[in-house]
Design a protein around this ligand. Structure first.
Ligand SMILES: [Zn+2]
Length: 419
């Protein structure tokens, strides 16, 4: 197999916000992008693929995923299922997500570190992966899954109730290989005795997490924060990202803008209308109310120019089809190109990967997707897995449904001339 690949006749959306560039070519050598735009000098070993005008984008990010479970298993699936079957189900979710055009994922609790190693070492195909391992929650808080005296969520959370316990638990997560520390700054939607308006870790506890993160490579801190008070406490303590942020107010937007905090709104989970037949009436009404709260406040945050990265909370919502999130951001007022930047460059920056991936530029790692359609005029094409025709990570195709596209060298001069 040749070690360099020329993708010709591509419409390149490079992830920087620059307008789409039709009739472009991108040269990939080994794992990296060598040149973009003009026809480069190529040698006889270069494989040439004519993209026929299809759109070439950076691989997308989903900054909020839970591969350990799905809507079919619920968050407690991993505790009930045969561990082998649970592992196979997680691998399936990882593959589905990659096939949906997502080449980098941040798993925000529940997934053991071994999956990251498995992908990095090529044992399984998947998006490059960062893991939080377990979320930090207080006793009785969002991450406390005790039910009739049994801790049902030990696989995904650690309970901490003082500044010292919080600091120690952060150190344990760092020791175990966490790429990001997740804190529960508010209650949530899912459990019976927990409400988004409830407060989570105290500001002092979150500040201790931030300090430990700073002492260890400046690891990012992601705060689950849905209600207003939890959002403000998280923002005041200086977290890197606000996850969900449904009740963010103007005061919250100001703080986020001031501190450079990134909002990950997880609309794919928030905005799907709940099913009245599958939940108790009280929970159904709660979901409806919070759907409205999320819609209004996230639209306002977009209007105010808060920096947004893409995350879906897949696990609560389905895995695969993650890029539907971009359509929901557009529905709430974002321009399609801005949604694309949110899902590529901005998300890469949030994950501290901005110098490696997230844009199509010389020197970046070749994480690329080929889309049949123009997402700047119809953002919905990104949500359709059949339109995500090819996915590449580190210079290798992981999905390729392009059909016959190879040019033999005899066709080369004509192909180049038509660029
Ligand atoms: Zn989540």
């Amino acid at each position: 197999m040749s070690s360099s690949l020329l993708l010709t006749n591509a419409t390149v959306i490079d992830g920087t916000g620059t307008a789409a560039q039709p009739h472009s070519s991108v040269l990939v050598r080994g794992a990296a992008i060598e040149s973009v735009g003009t026809t480069p000098h190529i040698d006889g070993d270069t494989e040439i693929v004519d993209l026929g005008g299809r759109t070439l984008l950076p691989g997308f990010f989903d900054c909020h995923v839970h591969f350990a479970f799905g809507p079919d298993t619920g968050v407690l699936g991993p505790t009930h299922d045969d561990p082998v079957l649970a592992m196979l189900a997680s691998i399936r979710r990882i593959e589905d997500t990659l096939a949906a055009g997502v080449t980098t994922v941040r798993d925000l609790c529940g997934l053991p570190v071994g999956y990251r190693t498995a992908i990095e070492s090529g044992r399984i195909n998947g998006p490059r992966l960062q893991v939080a391992l377990k979320a930090l929650s207080h006793t009785g808080g969002h991450g406390d899954g005790h039910h009739c005296g049994v801790n049902t969520t030990a696989h995904m959370s650690e309970l901490v109730d003082t500044v010292d316990e919080t600091r120690l638990a952060t150190r344990r997560l760092i020791r175990d290989g966490a790429d990001v520390i997740k804190v529960c700054a508010s209650g949530g939607m899912s459990s019976a005795y927990d409400d988004p308006d409830d407060e989570g870790l105290t500001e002092a506890e979150m500040s201790a997490v931030l300090d430990e993160a700073r002492r260890h490579r400046g690891l990012p801190v992601a705060a689950h924060a849905q209600g207003e008070r939890g959002i403000l406490a998280a923002l005041r303590s200086g977290v890197t990202s606000l996850e969900h942020g449904y009740a963010i107010t103007d005061e919250g937007c100001d703080l986020a803008l001031e501190n450079g905090t990134i909002l990950v709104p997880t609309l794919r989970t928030a905005l799907h209308p709940p099913n009245r037949n599958t939940m108790p009436e009280k929970k159904y009404q709660k979901k409806l109310r919070w759907l409205d709260i999320a819609r209004q406040n996230i639209a306002r945050a977009i209007e105010r120019g808060v920096t947004i990265a893409v995350g879906t909370d897949a696990g609560i919502c389905s895995h695969g089809g993650n890029l539907e999130e971009l359509g929901l951001l557009v529905e709430l007022g974002m321009k399609p190109m801005d949604a694309i930047v949110a899902g590529t460059r901005t998300s890469a920056e949030l994950l501290r990967l901005g110098s490696e991936v997230g844009t199509i530029e010389p020197g970046k790692i070749a994480d690329l997707i080929v889309v049949d359609g123009d997402p700047t005029t119809d953002i919905g094409v990104l949500a359709d897995n059949t339109r995500i025709q090819a996915v590449m990570t580190t210079g290798r195709w992981r999905k390729n449904e392009l059909g016959p596209t190879h040019l033999d060298s005899a066709a080369l001069p004509g192909a180049i001339a038509s660029l």
